[in-house]
Design a protein around this ligand. Sequence first.
Ligand SMILES: Cc1cc2nc3c(=O)[nH]c(=O)nc-3n(C[C@H](O)[C@H](O)[C@H](O)COP(=O)(O)O)c2cc1C
Length: 358
Amino acid sequence: MSGLDTGVCRLLGTRYPIVQAPMAGGFTTPELVAAVSNAGALGSLGGATLGPDELRDAIGAIRRLTDRPFAVNLFAQLPPPEADTERVAAMQAVLAPLRAELGLSEPQDVPSAPSPGLVEAQLAVVADERVPVFSFTFGTLSLEAVREAGSVILGTATTVAEAVELERLGVDAIVAQSGEAGGHRGTFLGSFEDAVVGGVALVPRIADRVSVPVLLAGGIMDGRGIAAALALGAEGVQLGTAFLGCPEAGSTALQRSTLAGAADRTLVTRAYSGRQARLVRTRLVDAIEDAGVDPLPFPLQAMLVAELRAAALEADRQDLLFVLAGQGSAAIRELPAAELVATLVRETEDAIRRLAGR
Ligand SMILES: Cc1cc2nc3c(=O)[nH]c(=O)nc-3n(C[C@H](O)[C@H](O)[C@H](O)COP(=O)(O)O)c2cc1C
């Protein structure tokens, strides 16, 4: 009996209660998702930025690579953002000197809001494809179709109140996203500032208040973190940053070296997308933070910085990158996904044995 055989394994149909986090933006390639699932954990596709056809194609590609369960993740529908011309111009002025360093002379066009029907169209694909597990973040959405399709449903909470609300909506398990977590904050009730809660405080409080299983997401990079999460009352874990070191992931060598060098240099900021997200502090992030100009509402800020991001990656300019990362990122390991899963399992079992004094 490995101590890793929790109710979450039976719920997800996996050997281990370990989920590779969905990471929208091309990081969670079908190759990564399938390799993780084939290794006995749950791979997740970050589908939020994919159009319906791309989403269907990616699901098909995963299915060609594995017959094990996997997850697809979407963002909840948010109110349409408004791009006020003065705010756009102010942010363009902040970005102009940084863009000039990369040879981008003209300001990037004023972004237009994403299509309002996108989330519904994505959800329809997820239901139609009968994906084994569906997960979501940024709020709540209509779950009937995916529930009828038989998907296991995971919702993201950053506070006890959000976890209670998700249980009321009928999710099968809760991903408790702690303050350490990399990427966007899933917060949807109350203020973002109040919802950056460390995992040690968050997990037991949520576990005490809901009857569905809880998975901790945030800052876990090795088996010690997994054992700690289980000790806190979680029945599983979700790791994002740790999987960005896998060769199957869509991260570039420059992004990986930025993650590895990011010890104690992550912050939660709106500079990247307009929504609070934890990322590595770079000169670009500092320049936007220090300018005192309010970033555009999500996701317009991400659209306004898209060209600059791409050019910085192309030019190998670490100082001008946006790299989403959790607080544990310096412990990233460049291991193939199957090896990372096996290592995490071994380390967790070792940590549990050590605690039991064996
Ligand atoms: C690059 C990156 C992209 C992310 N994209 C998503 C996403 O699309 N959907 C989602 O639910 N969570 C997303 N997250 C958050 C993860 O689900 C998870 O909460 C986080 O990775 C856990 O913290 P860790 O990175 O310290 O392991 C993302 C995280 C990162 C690092």
